[in-house]
Design a protein around this ligand. Sequence first.
Ligand code: B12
Length: 522
Amino acid sequence: MSRRVLLVGYEDQDNLGIRYLSSRLLRDGHHTRIVAFGSDPGVLLATIRSERPDVVGFSLIFQYMVPAFADVIRALRAAGVAAHLTIGGHYASFEPEALLERIPELDSVVRFEGEEALAELVAKLDDPVAWRRIDGIAWLDRGKVVLNPPRTAAVPIDDYAEPDRRDIDYRHQALPTASVLASRGCPWQCSFCSIITFYEANGTKGRRRRDPVRVVDEVELLVRERGARLILFQDDDFLAGGLAARTWAHRVADELLRRGLEREMRFKIACRSDEVREAVLEPLVAAGLCHVYLGVESGDEANLSALNKLLKPEVHLRAGEILRRLDLSFDFGFMLLEPWSTLATARNNLEFLRRFTEDGWAVAGFCRTLPYVGTPIERRLREEGRLTGPALEAEYRFLDPLVDLLWDFCLMAFEGRNFGADATWNVLRGLLFDTHLDMSGRPRDGARDAAARALVQASNGIMLDVLENGLDLIEDGLATTLLDPDLLDLARLARSEDAGIRRHLAALERSGIEDSYAALFR
Ligand code: B12
């Protein structure tokens, strides 16, 4: 029986989760429609009225969005929507009970990789007994959460049909940008990340790599038939898996070159610093690699150990040098503070950021570690009795109240610079990516690239100087509260300087750096 399924998800970049679900349902002959999640339920309600779906599936990829999803789902029910409402994603997979208790308007939660479970749910929809027996879901039985047995049968990675992109008009994007997944999972066990626990619970521990020829088939279709010019590989770590992974990556590069695609597109990957080597990256650069997202996270040995990154700060510095030598732009994730941080580790991170970004080749920015669900850090903080509140709002204080003061100072001083979708950190990353990109029909403007780098150098310098002065005041006991006049002045200075940077940025931005670009770094 062909069913109508509406899939709703956050979509700054192609939401591959719902697009893989859609292509799986299309294979079974169902009718699917994909819409981006928006916090106004009215828009979705109108779509539901016109689409009349049997099932509405919500993709919750960021846990902080649970309240927004809850409001929309509640409003849909209140408006009389009778479709089966289901949800999936990391938070839903790890916390199905909490989610169903928080949003009892849902009918079910599909846990972990959802393609097969959703296909079975849709197929058995009109048999209320049968669908409630499906493995890998949770549902509400008169207010009581029922967790069905996990789904164990793993789907071979090359059996997944390519994501459904029928509705995406790449050609009208100023820089046509498409996302591709060349593998799923990651072998590394970083304590702040839920990828390994997610795929372990999915019965597919580690990393599964797709056939390189199939990966390039997908890229070729996107470039030559859909007009994509920039490919974002969304693999958590494109080079994870030692020699076998490097050989695999080089086969992807060889296949791109064999088809001459390096002349028509550029691509971005994410990887670790200890995977950055000239001999490993040069073949990828020849095939069109233009940008790397580096999982740096910290420049302090104790922090890196608490984050279980299994590498040293100098490995990051070496990776930065190699990426510069290969003329690759890069951006990186960075946590100034993790739950076991001290003022000394914060100072080491500050000094590391100075060395790593002093030339403005990359934007310095930071956040702090958040105890996301399913992560070893969340578990450890709970065991230490330091995590207060339910997983979703879980909060922790640092071991040293002076580190709490430092973090509160950072929030006050760098609110617009480091935090939020429109943070200067993100916009400057977008700018550097834009100015450094060099491809046929879009040659790099060397002067603009240098100007962008100078602006980033200035912004990095201001942030690090303010942070250093704030740290000095706190460490020397000269500032003991957030209301300390010197801290307030420093924060005011940081914000006014950042406003200055934003004015220069506006002047530099070629009119209308296309949204798709800025979205890259939001
Ligand atoms: C691409 C990506 C982004 C993109 C945005 C993508 C988009 N849609 O616009 C960008 C770069 C913007 C981004 C930013 C951030 N990201 Co991000 N991102 C990812 C990444 C690397 C890939 C997502 C993907 O394509 N996965 C592949 C698909 C196939 O898997 P999937 O999405 O899990 O979907 C499957 C299942 O979950 C399930 N499923 C999912 N949805 C649904 C729905 C239904 C109805 C069903 C039945 C099943 C189902 O079935 C799907 C198919 O198997 C993931 C890591 C990952 N591997 O998933 C992190 C991840 C989602 N990001 C994460 C985070 C924390 C962030 C940031 C907050 C980081 C930061 N500090 O800035 C920001 C937030 C930005 C913001 N706007 O608020 C975390 C979320 C953790 C959490 N518990 O909330 C993840 C899990 C990474 C991690 N290691 O922890 N991100």
